[in-house]
Structure formats: structure tokens, C-alpha cells
Design a protein. Structure first.
Length: 331
């Protein structure tokens, strides 16, 4: 069995993941009447005082719990194929974390990018091999996709890779758990996935659907798969007047940015959308959870997106959040 655990910085995801893998180890050990091996795959490279403090904090967290630590910074497939690697058959394994591993494969010496391999493929292959070899696998990854400030080219590439990896791991996992301020929220259990997005309107009228989630989570692909015949408008470049007639709009947060840059108000936009008498599907990045922007317009824009979306959601018939390619119905 494999569980993917995701969450923001300081969310408590590491503590949850350690508890989850240790609980499973106890269960398996009781079943076979002997202690199941417990491994911690650490992939944070110690490159300064800040990272050294984080590493030490994690060591203290798992102290006395029976973990054997494997420091694997790059090339999971290669490490698993190395004859010196201990057998993981039947063991419980915690891998922490995918966000560090992604950065290592992209930028560290010996990483996938340096050796000409594909970062996403290398990591996904390595996790798949881990899942096949051990008895129970818990993988931790970061949610870094809720920023409003435009990314640099390098950060865009990193987020794109991590988003693709998270989606692939979520599809592979038997369970996906999001940890919010220490509270674990089940996003997927076994093969459970929300197929309610396909439900037809039973009331015989047009209605609004709202889909959100962090960047690179697969929102657009998820919705477009459910509605292959919908005519999509891209909020990044369409005319502002299209919001009055379009059937479905992607990148709505970018549309809001352009709307405000033209001097229009959030109320004008919500009034325009709510005043329509035709159906609309809105797909929007959730951008309010990152650092508060320094630039005044960026702060105003981020808050406007939050207020506009809150108003639209209050009038929506269906609301979904997509995490790692998995749709969860909120309303």
C-alpha cells in the first residue's frame, strides 16, 4: 500500500506521515509476530545552517521510533538497484520529501538533469519501484502552488515538474492525504475519485460550476476530460467582453488581473458573471495562500481574486477543488 501526504510548510505533514507509517508497522508486526523493518529515506542535502537545523529537527522527531535512515539525494532507481542497498521486502518506508528530491534531480550534482535523464520520469519510476518492493510506503510532498506573484522561469520549471510528479504519485497511491494545520484530510482512499462532475443538471436550467486548486494540479485537464465538448476560453488572453458569453473559462485568475489592469472593479466583474442567463464553468488557481506580495497592485489583485471567487462560489451549484489531479467536491 502507498500513501501520498501533501501539505504546506509547517502544516504538520511530517508528523502525520511518521505516525501513519509507524502505525502501519505496528499492525504488520503484530500480524507476522516479528518486527517489520522501518526505513526513512532522507533527501534533504545539508548545504547550510538552515537546512542543518531542519535535518536535526526531523532526526529528533523520529528518534526512538526504530527508523533506519537512508540518505538518498538523487537517483532513486539507481539506489534501489545497487546491490549494497538493504532489501526492503515487506518493510515500511517513509520518503521525505518529493519537493527536495525534485530540486536535487534538477540542480544537484549527479541529478537527472545533469546526467541527461528526465526529472519527472526518474522520480516517478523510483517511487514505483519502492512501492513494488516494500510492504507499506508513505511519501511526503509539499504544496507550493498557491502563490499570486508571477514566478521566475526557473521556478516555473520547478513547479511544473513537481506538479506533474505529485499528480503521477497521487494516481499511483492507494491513499492521498492533505494535512492542513495538523488536520489530515482524506483526498483519495483506495480508488475513490469524484465522478460527480459528470452529473447532469436535473433542474432543467443553466448553472455555474467553479473549480479551484493550486497551480500545476491538473485542474484544466480534469475538467476538460469531463466536458470534452465544452468550448473553452483562456482568461490569459481573451477579450474582456468574452466573460459575458463564454461557456467555460480557464485561468480565471489571470482574467481578473487583466480586468483590474483596465481599471475595472471586482464588483463589476461579479455583477457581469452573475447577471448572465447562461451556464459557465470557471477554473481558477487558488493564489491566496502564499507570502503577502510587496507590490501594492499584487496585494490588491490577490485579495480581489479571493473576494471575487468567494462571491462566485456562494452562487455556484457545484464547487470542486483539484489536488494532484484528484477532484474533490466541496459543494
Amino acid at each position: 500500500m502507498m500513501e501520498l501526504v501533501i501539505g504546506g510548510s509547517g502544516s504538520g505533514k511530517s508528523a502525520y506521515a511518521e505516525t501513519a507509517v509507524c502505525r502501519c508497522r505496528r499492525f504488520l508486526s503484530e500480524g507476522i509476530k516479528r518486527e517489520v523493518p522501518l526505513y526513512y529515506i532522507a533527501d534533504m542535502i545539508p548545504y547550510g545552517r538552515e537546512t542543518e537545523k531542519k535535518i536535526e529537527a526531523h532526526r529528533k522527531m523520529r528518534s526512538g521510533k526504530g527508523f533506519e535512515t537512508l540518505e538518498w539525494y538523487v537517483d532513486l532507481p539507481g539506489k534501489l538497484e545497487d546491490e549494497r542497498t538493504p532489501s526492503l521486502a515487506g518493510s515500511c518506508v517513509l520518503l521525505e520529501c518529493v519537493s527536495n528530491l525534485t530540486a536535487n534531480e534538477m540542480y544537484a550534482s549527479g541529478g537527472a538533469q545533469e546526467t541527461g535523464k528526465d526529472t519527472v520520469e526518474s522520480i516517478v519510476q523510483g517511487v514505483r519501484m519502492l512501492k513494488e518492493r516494500c510492504g507499506h510506503l508513505v511519501v511526503v510532498s509539499n504544496d507550493i502552488f498557491r502563490e499570486s506573484v508571477p514566478d521566475s522561469e526557473e521556478m516555473t520549471a520547478y513547479k511544473d515538474n513537481l506538479g506533474r510528479i505529485n499528480r503521477a504519485l497521487a494516481a499511483m497511491a492507494d491513499r492521498v492525504t492533505e494535512v492542513v494545520y495538523g488536520i489530515p484530510i482524506c483526498v483519495k482512499d483506495n480508488v475513490t475519485d469524484s465522478d460527480s462532475l459528470q452529473r447532469a443538471d436535473k433542474r432543467g436550467r443553466s448553472y455555474m460550476k467553479f473549480v479551484t486548486g493550486g497551480a500545476y494540479q491538473g485542474k484544466g485537464a480534469y475538467v476538460k476530460e469531463k466536458y470534452p465538448d465544452a468550448e473553452w476560453t483562456d482568461g490569459a488572453g481573451c477579450s474582456l467582453q468574452e466573460i459575458e458569453t463564454c461557456e467555460a473559462i480557464d485561468h480565471f485568475h489571470l482574467f481578473v488581473r487583466r480586468w483590474m489592469q483596465e481599471g475595472k472593479t471586482p464588483k463589476e466583474l461579479t455583477d457581469t458573471i452573475l447577471g448572465r442567463d447562461s451556464r459557465i464553468i470557471i477554473v481558477c488557481d487558488e493564489i491566496g495562500c502564499g507570502l503577502v506580495p510587496v507590490d501594492a497592485f499584487e496585494r490588491e489583485y490577490r485579495e480581489a481574486v479571493g473576494r471575487i471567487c468567494t462571491e462566485l462560489v456562494s452562487h455556484s451549484d457545484e464547487v470542486y477543488r483539484v489536488t494532484c489531479g484528484i477532484g474533490e467536491r466541496l459543494r
